[in-house]
Each structure stands twice: as structure tokens, then as C-alpha cells.
Write a protein that binds this ligand. Structure first.
Ligand SMILES: [Zn+2]
Length: 222
């Protein structure tokens, strides 16, 4: 039994987890990435520079170090609050939440350098991946999903994770699958012309996949 059951809303939602847009919903909402992280990072960098300019062992340096620690805490709390609010809203407003199955661990792992046979290393996309890692950490997808999961359990809501394959390249209107359907944030179906924000289109596909999964599970019970 859920600890604090919420009344049914009759609403279901699919969510697409993004880098620029933290969460896009199947209703068309684009919930922005927490910019707080970027602001706090700027403040943190300034505090760190400040420490570097202070004399070792001095009272001024000790205070500057404290400011660095405070900036760290501030950034952490701000991110956590944003994720709590977002997960609360999703759980309060929907009976079913469908998200893509994440493999954050694999994405975040640093790519191993590939020896090129002459003692050097071939570029392996490490720099690009480092940028993506940063975004993943900033956005906190894994933490967001964990928050959704426990709030949903407590409220008696359903959460389904679906295979993310093709969710971003499938047309939510006609089902046509093509890499060419998507250009960055713009989805334009090559078959039927359906246009949408790419993340919204993906979120609709994610919701649909979740419903299909739920349907199959229900049939299995009969
Ligand atoms: Zn289409």
C-alpha cells in the first residue's frame, strides 16, 4: 500500500530527458535545465581564484576557502531543490509517468584512449564526452528519476521505464523512422511532414511505448 496515496488525475505523461531542456513532456511542456548550476559554477570559480591570490596560512585565505565551500553547498542545494520540485510536480499531476531507461553509468565512464600503434593515441571523442558528462552531472537525470520513483511509490503512481531506441527518430504522428527526421531540436517528418520540438516528439513516443508495455503486462495477467 502506498504511504501517502494521491487521488487519480486521469493524466499520463511521457518524459524525454535532455541536455538543453532537462525534461520535455508529451504534453509539450519544456522544463528548463536548472540554470542555477551554471550561475553557481561561476561564483565557485571566482571564489577559487580568490583563494589562489591569498597568502598561504593567512586569515584572508582561510576565509576565501570557506567561501569556496559555501559556494559548493549552495550549488548542491539549488540543484537538489529544483529536482525535488520537478519530480513533485510530475508525480502530483499524473497517474502514470513513462521515462526512457537510462544507462548513465556507461555514459559517464571516461572513454579509454585507443593506442594508434606508434606510441600515440587516436582521438576517441574524449573531449566531447567530457562535455556530455558534465551535462549529465549538472542535469542529474539519475537523481531526478530516483526522486520520481520514490515519490511515485509513496503516492501510488505508476512509473515505467522504456527502451529509448528510436524514440527520438520516430515520427509520433505517422510512425516513420528515420535519422533524417531530426535536426537538433527540430523534428520534421520526412514522410508526413509532421513538425514538433524534437524532445516533445520523443516524449510522445516514450509515453506510447510505456502504454504498450502496460497493456502487454495487463494481458499477461488475464
Ligand atoms: Zn510522420
Amino acid at each position: 500500500m502506498p504511504a501517502e496515496p494521491l487521488p487519480a488525475t486521469g493524466r499520463q505523461v511521457g518524459i524525454d530527458l535532455g541536455v538543453n531542456v532537462l525534461v520535455a513532456t508529451s504534453d509539450g511542456a519544456l522544463l528548463s535545465n536548472d540554470r542555477f548550476g551554471a550561475r553557481a559554477a561561476g561564483r565557485l570559480a571566482a571564489a577559487q581564484r580568490d583563494v589562489a591570490h591569498k597568502q598561504r596560512g593567512s586569515q584572508h585565505r582561510r576565509r576565501a576557502v570557506e567561501r569556496v565551500a559555501a559556494a559548493h553547498r549552495h550549488a548542491r542545494n539549488g540543484r537538489a531543490n529544483a529536482l525535488h520540485q520537478l519530480s513533485r510536480r510530475l508525480v502530483d499531476d499524473h497517474d502514470l509517468i513513462v521515462h526512457e531507461q537510462l544507462q548513465v553509468v556507461n555514459l559517464v565512464r571516461r572513454p579509454r584512449p585507443r593506442p594508434d600503434g606508434t606510441g600515440g593515441f587516436e582521438p576517441n571523442g574524449a573531449a566531447a564526452k567530457t562535455g556530455l558528462n558534465r551535462c549529465i552531472h549538472d542535469a542529474g537525470w539519475g537523481r531526478l528519476l530516483a526522486m520520481i520513483s520514490y515519490k511515485a511509490e509513496s503516492a501510488g503512481r505508476s512509473v515505467i521505464a522504456v527502451d529509448p531506441r528510436n524514440t527520438s527518430r520516430t515520427c509520433a504522428h505517422c510512425g516513420h523512422i528515420s535519422v533524417g527526421n531530426r535536426h537538433a531540436t527540430v523534428f520534421k517528418c520526412l514522410a508526413c511532414g509532421h513538425g514538433a520540438h524534437a524532445d516533445t516528439n520523443a516524449a510522445i513516443n516514450i509515453l506510447r511505448a510505456g502504454r504498450a508495455q502496460q497493456h502487454t503486462a495487463a494481458q499477461g495477467l488475464n
